[in-house]
Design a protein around this ligand. Structure first.
Ligand SMILES: Nc1ncnc2c1ncn2[C@@H]1O[C@H](COP(=O)(O)OP(=O)(O)OP(=O)(O)O)[C@@H](O)[C@H]1O
Length: 275
C-alpha cells in the first residue's frame, strides 16, 4: 500500500483495504473484560451495524475505536493507518467522526454555532487573525457560515440555523449531531444509537438519510442501533456482539436466520422484523 502523507501513525503494509479495520480488540475495566479479541471491518463505502444485547460491549468497542478508551490488546486501522492509542481529537482529525448515545450539543449555542465549533480544526487563521480580524479571517468566517448552512440543509434542518440547540426537537438534535460530525469532513462516521427517541416516522426516514450520507458525502458508516427494523433495512453488513465477543457477522438475511444470534438476542422479534 502506498504511504499517504499524514501527520501520524505508521502505515501498515498489509492492512486490509478497508475504511476501518480493528484486529483483536480487547478492553478491560479492572477485572471485567468488556470487549474480548474482536476483529471487525468496515469496507470502503460500506454501511455496517453493530448489534447485541444490553451490556454486550458495543459502546465500549466504539470508544476503543475512537480513542476514548485505551485498548488492552489489538489495533485499529483507519484507511490502513494505525490509529491505536491516539487521543480522540487526533482520531477525529484523521477522519473518524462520531455521534454519541446521549446527545452532546452545546444547548445555549445556535445550531449554526454548534456546527461551526466542529469546523475549528480546519480553519487556518490563528489567534492573531481572530483578534485582528484579518481579511483571511473574515473570508474564513464567511466560508464557515456558508458550509454550516449547507450541512444543516443537508441533514434537513436548515431552517433551525439560528435556534438554540436545546430548543430543537429530539429528532432535529440528532440531525444536528450528524451535521456537526460531518463538519469534521470524516472518512468514516460512527453513529451511536441514532434513532433512539425518534418517532416511527423519523426512524423510517432515517434509513434513507443514512444512504444519502454515504452516497453524497462518500463516507463509510458504522452504527450501533437497537431498532431491528432499522438495522435490517439500513445495513449491508451486521456484526453481533454478546458478552464482549463477536458471535456472528454477515448480511441482514444471514443474521436474521443465525441460530446463535436468535438465541442471544433477536428471539422471535428478529425473525418477524421486515427487511
Ligand atoms: N466505564 C466503565 N467502567 C466499568 N465498566 C464499564 C464501563 N463501561 C462499560 N462497562 C461495562 O462493560 C460492559 C459493556 O458495556 P457497554 O456499555 O459497552 O455495552 P453496550 O453493548 O453498549 O450496552 P447498551 O446496549 O446497554 O448500551 C458492561 O458490563 C458494562 O457494565
Amino acid at each position: 500500500m502506498t504511504a499517504a502523507v499524514e501527520p501520524t501513525g505508521p502505515v501498515v503494509p498489509d492492512a486490509p483495504a478497508a475504511a476501518l479495520h480493528a484486529e483483536g480488540i480487547k478492553v478491560q475495566f479492572g477485572g471485567l473484560i468488556a470487549v474480548n479479541g474482536v476483529n471487525f471491518t468496515v469496507p470502503n463505502g460500506g454501511i455496517v451495524s453493530l448489534i447485541g444485547p444490553n451490556g454486550a460491549g458495543k459502546t465500549t468497542f466504539f470508544n476503543a475505536l475512537t480513542g476514548l478508551y485505551k485498548v488492552a490488546a489489538g489495533y485499529v486501522l483507519l484507511g490502513g493507518r494505525d490509529i491505536t492509542g491516539l487521543p480522540p481529537h487526533r482520531v477525529a482529525d484523521l477522519g473518524l467522526a462520531r455521534t454519541f448515545q446521549n446527545i452532546r450539543l452545546f444547548g445555549l449555542m445556535t445550531a449554526e454555532e454548534n456546527v461551526k465549533v466542529a469546523m475549528h480544526s480546519h480553519l487556518k487563521s490563528g489567534v492573531f487573525g481572530t483578534v485582528l480580524r484579518t481579511p483571511r479571517q473574515r473570508r474564513e468566517e464567511k466560508e464557515a457560515h456558508e458550509t454550516a448552512l449547507e450541512l444543516l440543509d443537508f441533514v434537513g434542518i436548515g431552517k433551525t440555523a439560528g435556534e438554540y440547540a436545546r430548543n430543537l426537537s429530539y429528532g432535529d438534535q440528532r440531525r444536528l449531531e450528524v451535521a456537526r460530525a460531518l463538519a469534521l469532513r470524516p472518512k468514516v462516521l460512527l453513529l451511536d444509537e441514532p434513532t433512539a427517541g425518534m418517532n416511527p416516522r423519523e426512524s423510517a426516514q432515517f434509513t434513507e438519510f443514512v444512504h444519502r450520507v454515504r452516497d453524497e458525502k462518500g463516507l463509510s458508516l458504522l452504527l450501533i442501533e437497537h431498532d431491528m427494523s432499522v438495522v435490517m433495512r439500513v445495513s449491508e453488513h451486521i456484526t453481533v456482539l454478546d458478552r464482549g465477543e463477536k458471535i456472528a457477522e454477515g448480511s441482514p438475511e444471514q443474521i436474521r436466520t443465525n441460530d446463535r444470534v436468535i438465541e442471544a438476542y433477536l428471539g422471535t422479534a428478529g425473525k418477524e422484523s421486515g427487511a
